[in-house]
Ligand binder design. Structure first.
Ligand code: PAF
Length: 286
């Protein structure tokens, strides 16, 4: 195991001062904490490709809607520090909201935002989570400005987020390589997520149907069934007890829905579990 001497930094000036002294490539792993094996794989990859690794742990208020789980989102800094250190991080940057945002945000609930085009955000997760991707792009831009990384690591699990961040980097001329990291799954196929901690025992059993639906669709597509509507109906049949938010098949190039599936297209699911209504997302490249 690659154990470094991890430093916890909670203030922006201290982070900037430390990074000024660093020679070599900085890798950034932005997270909202509650670190799990998925994050671990991102940090390990960042450690293998960079000289210095910063993991940010910040539950970002600007990406949560008023009726979402900002207050109850798991906050587990002590165990996050242990996982980050054992995966090879040099710094965990864990600012408070007051450190991250200026007074105007707390007084007016407004701040300068980075807003991706409507075309990228008017569907999939953006449809039911108004303003979510503005918040994500804003905090990710702030983290990029604070850490000036050579590479930044994001999981494929949040496929639309990854697509939008890549577009933002291109459109705002950030000189940063965005590294896409594969989804990490439990042995039964459930995609690992911080929100899995909300699942009741029954929901945990049901949750596996999401990945089962995805893998069934891949199996059918590999057998030559390429009509999206047929494949989507197959997936929906696995989600009988769920509140389905969306099941869509999109092109990885523009994230627009496709009628006929070709190699590399992505099927995405967002659905709330039957019992506790935990909103889970997952996807698979076809
Ligand atoms: O994917 C996440 O955990 C968050 O959306 C991110 C990228 C850390 C921004 O807050």
């Amino acid at each position: 195991m690659n154990m470094k001497n991890l430093k916890l930094i909670q203030n922006k000036a201290e982070l900037r001062a430390l990074l000024k002294e660093i020679k070599g490539d900085v890798g950034l792993v932005p997270t909202m904490g509650a670190l799990h094996r998925g994050h671990q794989s991102l940090i390990e990859r960042a450690n293998s490709e960079n000289d210095f690794v910063v993991v940010s742990v910040f539950v970002n208020p600007t990406q949560f809607g008023p009726n979402e789980d900002y207050d109850k989102y798991p906050r587990t800094l002590e165990s996050d520090l242990k996982l980050a250190e054992s995966a090879g991080a040099d710094v965990v940057f864990a600012p408070s909201p007051k450190e991250m945002y200026t007074d105007i945000y707390f007084e007016e609930k407004e701040t300068t935002l980075v807003c991706p085009p409507y075309k990228y955000v008017n569907r999939l997760c953006g449809k039911t989570r108004a303003g979510h991707f503005d918040g994500v792009c804003t905090v990710v831009s702030k983290l990029f400005n604070l850490t000036n990384p050579k590479r930044a690591y994001f999981g494929q699990k949040d496929a639309q987020q990854l697509f939008i961040i890549k577009k933002m980097v291109q459109e705002l001329d950030f000189d940063i390589e965005i590294v896409k990291c594969p989804i990490v799954r439990e042995t039964d196929g459930l995609a690992i997520s911080s929100r899995n901690t909300y699942l009741s025992e029954n929901d945990r059993k049901s949750a596996v149907n999401i990945s089962k639906a995805l893998f069934k669709v891949k199996e059918l597509k590999d057998k030559g069934i390429v009509e999206s509507s047929t494949l989507i109906d197959t997936a929906i049949a696995y989600l009988k007890d769920f509140e389905v938010d969306y099941v869509e098949i999109v092109s990885k190039n523009d994230f627009c829905s496709v009628a006929t599936v070709k190699n590399g297209d992505i099927i995405l699911i967002a659905a709330k579990t039957p019992e506790c209504k935990v909103r889970l997302i997952d996807n698979l490249e076809l």
